[in-house]
Structure formats: C-alpha cells, structure tokens
Design a protein around this ligand. Structure first.
Ligand SMILES: [Zn+2]
Length: 168
C-alpha cells in the first residue's frame, strides 16, 4: 500500500515536470539566455513598451521583445523553420531582418528577428535551436546608451502575439 502511494506520487511528479516542460520550453532560446532588454535611455525592451507617436499622432507601442545581444553573438532559431525573407528593416537601409517560417509542429508560427547579419540564402531550412545568424551593431544608429539587442516579433497564424511566454 505504502509502495503504491509512493509510486503514484512519483508518477504524478514526473507528469507534472513533463507537462510544465512542454509548456515553457516550446521554443528554443534565441540568444544565449533570452535576457530581455531592461529600460535604458532609449527605451524599454518588453512587449507593448511605449514608443512615442506615429506621424498621425496615434501612439506607438513596441511590437516585439528585445533580447540582449552583443554584435556577432549567435542568434538561434526558436523552432524548426525555413528562412523565407532576409532584407532591410522598413525605412532603415542600415539594418536587416530575417523572417523564419515555422515548419512541422511549428507551422502556425513566424518569427521576425531584426538587427542581424545572415550569411546564407532564403529558402534554407534550420532546425530548432540551430544558429541561423548573428547580431548586428545597433550602436551606430541608436548611440552608445542603448543596450545592444535583437528585436523579435512572433506571429501566430499571421497575427502578432506577445512573445514573452515563449522566451521566459
Ligand atoms: Zn524592439
């Protein structure tokens, strides 16, 4: 009887561990530690952070999350994917972004990672957690007071979502 109780408790513990792991570790780390940029003189790195105003006077909010990365730090894929775009950030001919379309169990997801250097072609496949590109130098554009980072946006079925649960 006692043995049965212990066995049941053990099974429950293993199940709980497996379940929480499948929830929190769905995506692989994009940077070494997935550290989110804290507030610096240029702004804050969390999703929805204030970004001033658009030209038409409406408020602007941070559409992604900033992950701390120094120039040339490795950037890894959060999921199995194909690189479906590599090009300039809108209105910015100094910085590039990479777009990763999820495949297999991740086909609903798309990730845009900005301020990167990529030395390969589009339509190349990468496995979850594989190095896909390297962080660029953003201090040239934003000055030395900004925390170096890559900007990450996650889309699910084409809709922008808060990526925080996937990187924590
Ligand atoms: Zn950002």
């Amino acid at each position: 009887m006692k043995k049965a109780i212990i066995t049941t408790a053990l099974v429950l513990l293993i199940m709980k561990k497996a379940f929480s792991k499948s929830n929190s570790a769905k995506f692989a780390n994009i940077t070494a530690n997935n550290d989110i940029r804290e507030c610096d003189p240029k702004g804050c790195g969390h999703f929805g952070a204030n970004r001033g105003y658009n030209a038409d006077g409406t408020r602007r909010y941070h559409r992604g999350i900033d992950l701390v990365a120094n120039e040339n730090d490795a950037i890894k894929t959060p999921f199995d994917c194909v690189v479906n775009r590599y090009g300039y950030v809108a209105g910015d001919k100094a910085h590039q972004l990479i777009e990763l379309q999820g495949v297999g169990g991740f086909k609903d997801y798309k990730a845009k990672i900005m301020y990167v250097k990529y030395n390969n072609n589009v339509n190349v496949s990468f496995s979850k957690g594989e190095i896909v590109c390297y962080a660029d130098d953003i201090k040239q554009k934003y000055g030395t007071s900004i925390t170096p980072h890559v900007h990450v946006e996650i889309y699910k079925k084409g809709v922008l979502i808060d990526p925080t649960p996937f990187v924590s």
